[in-house]
Design a protein around this ligand. Sequence first.
Ligand code: 2RA
Length: 330
Amino acid sequence: MPNVVIVGATGAVGQEFLKILTERRFPVDELRLLATKRSAGKRISWQGREMTVEEATHDSFKGMDIALFAGGSSSTEFARSAVAGGATVIDNSSAFRLDPDVPLVVPEVNPEDIRWHKGIIANPNCSTILMVVALKPIYDLAGIRRVVVSTYQAVSGAGREGIEELENQLKAWAEGADSVSRVFPYQIAFNLIPRIDVFQEGDYTKEEWKMVKETQKIFHAPGMRVTATTVRVPVLRSHSEALNVETEKKVSVAEVRAALSKAPGIVVVDDPGRDRYPMPLDCADTDQVSVGRIREDFTVEAGFNLWLAGDQIRKGAATNAVQIAELLLK
Ligand code: 2RA
């Protein structure tokens, strides 16, 4: 059984790693929990084992087989040391995602890419993962010419602090107190913020560029046209996305629905007659991407509109990483 180390064990994704390793009965011999100096010393109990979180150092990885990095700056600092220590790194940060020497993997889409890893395998951005799981069966069925995506991203995408900020702002509102914004640039309670991460080229945000470039890399389709608008919404957990997909070949809505229904990692929730469609509240704590509102786009030769929702801490981060670890063991 492999020795596993979790870097960032006390954060939202790190805690989810622990739950998912148990749920998926991932075989673990030794488990080591690492975090920054601030969180070192915390006690965590997992599967009857009592563990103390240690401060991550360059020497923390000796004897470890798999290193799950939850994200953040520790990846840039320690991922290479983990590889040097003998571990295969599965990294949830954006540090290595576009590195041509690092595969960027979603097991439902491009599992074969793990074969060429050189020590680090990158986990894509959460909104990218949810989108490409839904695009894959459409890509296989009809080819994809262009995607226009708008996201509705939960505050937990910004970690535990994002959740606390929304909760505190709601409490402050109920008490008639002033709202404090530290994590997000403006009040998020009762608001929408159409800016996630920093502004970059062309006034697109880094989050929007991630959706474009990571999708092209995952599909090995540098010419695939993807354009995104990413928005933070006052939802605690699970991201949602509205997709307009133009296909190469004309296929019917029934064919698209059938392809999505058969695809791994997807549940189709699409019954207008019964008022059924995916919603973030229904997706919390699940691993599947829920897809619905599937409609022909009558304004183009061949295309569809659809709506998806998925738990971005699980399938958008921790579950996807553990699935990659499972592929490594096969
Ligand atoms: C967010 N996509 O929701 C980011 C987290 N990786 O902020």
